[in-house]
Design a protein around this ligand. Sequence first.
Ligand code: FES
Length: 392
Amino acid sequence: MDRIQRIGDVAEIMLDYVENKKTYQADNTMRVPTRSYTDHDQWRAEMELIFKRVPLMLAFTAEMPNPGDYKAMEAVGLPILISRDKEGKVRAFLNVCSHRSAPVASEGHGNCPRFVCKYHGWTFGQDGRLIGVAESRTFGDVDKAGLGLRRLPCEEKAGMIFVCLTPNAPMDLDRYFRGFLDDYDAMDFGKWTYLGSRVIEGANWKIAFDGYLEGYHFASLHPETIFPRTPSNCTHYEGFGPNIRIGFPQKRIAEALRDVPREQWGTQENNGFDFVRIMFPNVSTFIAPEITQVAQLFPGPTPEQNRTVLNYLRRDPIRDEEDRAQVETMIDFFRDVTYKEDYLIGLEIQRGLEAGAHDELVFGRNERGNQYFHEWLNWYLEDDPTRPEPKM
Ligand code: FES
């Protein structure tokens, strides 16, 4: 189905939800063992069978748009280097020198024609090839061709850079996203401006991620920030493989769409309804007219901790210093709401789960996004691709 038509149909469903106090409902409630959030073996399995196998969204085109740009970062405990060569092609590597394993680039962003390891000065090209061995006359013979940086599968698509953390693993973005990235393409996401990021830390990565997957908590947890715009417990879900588009109607949806022809409702995101887009397993995008927040949740270093990078982008470039100051204020506001209203309760939930009060927790029929996420999580942990996939 045409994308605009499909979003228009979702808008119509959400209008009905608001007018008749309804929400998307699963057939049943779902129970999840509390140890899923505390158990070290499960956590290790999640790292090996999910985070090291699926395509992870690790960077934005807008974050490193120019030839020679790079980003060095940590993901799931691994040092990663993403590099754009002079032809514009993006590659990813383990940020580990082939001499004695020091990093070849310091964490953060930069631009350089080659990478120079700070330990002994070996140099590597933007394509990861070993170019120079320092003091090679005394070092002895080495096969330079076999001593490049270790490549990781990497592909740039729809304004984002996806990496698989296992060398030589297959990566098929079309099969994994099943049309989910079309929205980003339609919005020309690759041409947006990267505004900056903030880092927050919280509880087990799934406790934090569960919070992005439902609107059941808006009235109680966000009475002054989200709830004035968006009704509580009024949510629509669509699955694209393991990924989810979550629709949140605004309280004013009827008024917003009243004078818009029905065939144009699919073009009205942010006017009457909003979407949160979830990339399995760890990315949540909330597009608002003024600013977009993309949360990347990274597990660890232990099961009861996560590190979340909150990235901010918008369509237009920064205009001037005053505009930059306003953007920074808005970024701090978004960060504070996310941390103080969602992540702090996550830490309390972690203590609750570890207290041994209950063997299971329960997701309601109205929390279909959480159910779907945990169904896919279990599907990957079973490690049997012949099993039927979860369906929304
Ligand atoms: Fe990189 Fe020695 S560890 S040059």
